[in-house]
Design a protein around this ligand. Sequence first.
Ligand SMILES: Cc1ncc(COP(=O)(O)O)c(C=O)c1O
Length: 398
Amino acid sequence: MAISFFAKNKKGVLNRCRDDYATKMRLKYAPYYLAMESQKDTTVRLDGRDMIMLSSNDYLGLSFHPKVIEAANAATRKWGTSTNGARSSNGSRTFHVELEEKLATFLGQEACHIHSAGYLSVMTSMATFAQKGDVIFADKNLHSCLWDGIQISRATVERFSHNSPDDLREVIASSNSDAAKLLVVEGVYSMEGHIARLPELTEIAEEYGCFTVLDDAHGFGVLGRQGRGTVDHFGLNDKIDLMCGSLSKSLASTGGYVAGTRDVIEYLRTNSKQTIFSAAISPAQAAAAMAALEIMQSEPQHLERLWANTKKYKAILKNLGLNTWESETPAVPIVLGSKERVYPFWKNLLDKGVFTVMSIAPAVPAGKDLVRTAISAMHTDEQLEKIGEAMAFAVKKL
Ligand SMILES: Cc1ncc(COP(=O)(O)O)c(C=O)c1O
């Protein structure tokens, strides 16, 4: 009797996997998990054809910088391929501490902790610091890692309209005034390309005594002096309690960081399960990020080129009448409004040799179905021209 009961439950999960509609559609149209056969700079090879990569987060184009590659290789030779353990136990190395100190200084913070994925760093920024009984005020369009962290924290969550200080004020004013409060926003919203309205948002947070968390995965390397990020862009360093982000975008690596005061970071090291029980970032990843961080400070041309490319690219899209959701950054969505319009647009770009990523509701708000594109400092003028031709073709076919 007991055995058949368990067998039935197991079958329930297997049936769920077999019958899942979203999986069936994904496999039918195969727009995701496309495995590239090779890559050099912004050129990737897919199904035997060279394509221009137009949706990478390698904003500064440092993934193929010779100094970054050499640093990763040298670290592997010196330290091996893995740390084989958590920082809290056997996995801590001097290069972790060095990178944390350099990142903290760069960000104008006292201390920093790095993880093996940006997702972990960002998720733990909510999961560790919020707890049951607290109230979190969250922008409606946050990345899924922040929502996961919010859920783990078991705090109450109050959503406010995307990037709207007015709505935040209304929501916060009507909330439980005794609870500990947190505000969570992104510096640059990865799908929309919007810059957070930090001056107004942090003013409200200050008024109501919120602990303010900022995920700057897409602002780091892109905004501020030498790419110090969104907080530096606005000169608001003393208004943010916790900054987190990713090493997999402008820092040309894989991993994440959390930065704040020493007290806050030491609290994280004691209380964050995602920190205590997950293996430390590998030597090659840490070394790549460290080299990229140095290059950001010594070679300003990458940031300059990124913004010059972004300007040219946006002019191309504007001439074609495309809706870019008022993106203010190199993360540029092309909003088409429905999956029926997004799929052929994406496919036509692919057929013309331009690789982009589709994002459809519920990953984006209903009616905002889009093709996500992102500009890199590595895109050449010739590539931008080809991208323009492909876009014109896709627009004509709409
Ligand atoms: C806003 C934001 N936060 C965090 C992450 C997670 O970073 P990673 O991909 O390095 O794990 C991402 C990744 O896309 C992101 O867009």
